[in-house]
Every structure is written in C-alpha cells, then in structure tokens.
Design a protein around this ligand. Sequence first.
Ligand code: ADP
Ligand code: MG
Length: 246
Amino acid sequence: EEGDDPPMPRHRVTTKGSNVPEHVDSFQALHERYNLSKRLLTNLAESGYKRPTGIQSHGIPILMESRDLAAISPTGTGKTLSYLLPVMAALGAPSASSKGETGSGVRALILAPTRELSHQIHNECLKLAQGRKWRVVLFSKATANTLADKNVRDKVDIVISTPLRLVAALQAGHIELENVRHLVLDEADRMLDAEFLSQVQEIIAACTHPNLQKAVFSATLPAGAEKIAMGMLRDPIRVVVGLKDT
Ligand code: ADP
Ligand code: MG
C-alpha cells in the first residue's frame, strides 16, 4: 500500500540557471514526458522506490534534457539515483550490441572519492540495469587489468572509479574516454579539493566528446569548490535542497 510508506522528509528546493526544466512529481511522469523505458520504471519499483525525492524530482529532468548540473542535497536524499537514472535512460542499447544510440565504448563515467563509495554506486547501478545487458565496470586493480584488452573495454558502457585508479589506466593506455557523454563527480566537495583536483582535471581533459554532459553532486559545496565546479560546467543549473525545518 503506497499510502502506508513513511514519506521521505520534505525538502525545500531552490534552482538557479537558464530555462530550468519543470520538475516531476512521479517516476511515471518521466515515462510520459521523456519516454523513460517501462523496464527502468519496473526496476525502480522493484528497488522499492515509489516516488522521487526532492533532488530526483528536480535533478532528473535537468539531466534528461542534457543540461549540466550542480546538485547540492543532504546525505541520504537519493543523489545516486538522480544521476544514474538519466545516464541509463540516455545510453540506449549496450555497447556490446554495437547498436548503441550514442556509439560504443565507455559512454558514462562516474567518479567518487573512495573505493567503498564506488562500490555502493555500482550496486545501485546493477539494480537499475536489471534485464539490460549493459556492462557496468567498477574499477579495481583486477578490472583495470582486464581492460588492457581493447576488445573487452570496447564493450563497456559505464565505468565507476576513484580518480587515481582511472588516471593510472589512462596513463597506461588501458582506457579511452573520447566517447564519454556523461561525466558525474559524486561527493564533489572532495573531488574538487586539493587531493583529487589535478587527477579530476586530467580525466576531464581526456573526455573530449563535444557533447559531454557534466554533473557534480554533493551534500555541501564550499565556495572554493563551487567556483571550480561552475567553471567546469556549461550553462549549468544549480539545484540546492535543504531540509524544510532547518
Ligand atoms: P545520497 O547520495 O544523497 O546520500 P543515496 O543515493 O545513497 O543518498 O540514497 C540513500 C538511500 O535512499 C539509499 O538506500 C537509496 O536506495 C534510497 N533511495 C534513493 N531514492 C529513493 C526513493 N526515491 N525512494 C526511496 N528510497 C530511495
Ligand atoms: Mg551519495
């Protein structure tokens, strides 16, 4: 019974930017407005997601309209799905089928500061990918080695990695990023701090596709990191979610 669910906490959402797409009040609305596949709707339902959180209801339409996004929303508000769903919706056919609507090879790249976080993102991605033959790779020493084989890596659709691991693969010539259309920095406050910034910049420089969409997600974005983020994004929309009673 939908009505018996404890509601997600209510949030106040503010948006800033040009031509901000209308938010959605349901996942079904994404099917009606953007033709989000029935398969993805089913996978959402099977994950127990009944309605979008604030960042999802505002962020998903922005990403589905191919806009760059800086999203700031508290921990636990479902930021992961906010970027994974648009990525999966945009990918179309898996690379392995060589009928990908957006070409083949790595087309989406998600960067996170820790291995543990990458792991959680990977799990969420696998839930959403149920029933589709997308190849989602969580970068580790072992997977990085298998990607040394170009035949293997040409069939990969989505890569989830920490910056250091990916830079190592780039430098070894074990990965190409020129087909990447979706780049996400999760926990962007950390990704843009001194520890990771130069690695992140090196990765962005390797994502040479002219239609590269970039998004940054974070619970907080200090002024310095925000300035760097805004400089990286193209005509960005900024969405800030705050707890209503704070
Ligand atoms: P954040 O990255 O903002 O900290 P997560 O993406 O890790 O949040 O999500 C927090 C939890 O909420 C996860 O367990 C996730 O499965 C769950 N979740 C995400 N979206 C929804 C939704 N629309 N409805 C119910 N649960 C959700
Ligand atoms: Mg998160």
